[in-house]
Write a protein that binds this ligand. Sequence first.
Ligand code: ZN
Length: 241
Amino acid sequence: MSKPLVAILTGAGVSTDSGIPDYRGPQGLWRKDPEAEKLVTYEYYMRDPEIRRRSWQMRRGNRALRAEPNTAHRAVVELERAGVPVRVITQNVDGLHQLAGLPARKVLELHGTAREFVCTKCHARGPMADALARVEAGEDDPPCLRCGGILKSATVMFGQSLDPVVLGEAVAISKACTVFLAVGTSLQVQPAAGLARVAAEHGARLVIVNAEPTPYDDIADEVVREPIGTALPRVLRELSE
Ligand code: ZN
């Protein structure tokens, strides 16, 4: 019999130990600052070159691109290397699960990635470092080198829908898993939060590791309030044993 599948939904709380603040959550920095929120809102970004210039300047200072994985990211890698089938569904755009050593095919990035740029017209993609190098060299709103279209970070901006293929896979994993861990997420942003309910309704054991209460605590089998850096390694070690 194959080993049970573990699905791990991760949110901003998993990356705070890496020095990345919560930007996009309901209490995140962007939501509290209307001017900053415009820089990551699709409608404003597409129609206003000044917003784009400021967005590129913000990306130059993006801490997520220089951050290192922490204990929580490494604990997930250890679980995978112990031979437990694991899939990560993340709301984070920092790429730290992969940087910690988790194979990219095991990570679903619901909100895309800040490590790449994408053309809004022809959908060409490339490393964010390449686009930022052009900004450093003096292009304040670098256009697509292939079609001249507007480039943006390969993240899902406010006002954009999630990639239906990625979301569909996340739902399928939530239905199929034996254990569903929600870690460092307030479970307040849909549709990601609803995955916890989907998993529970399909018979998975639901474990929530988060500092603050979530709307799904009532249906969870286990709620852990300890700091993620100590709680997650312990919970995952128990799973692999
Ligand atoms: Zn293009």
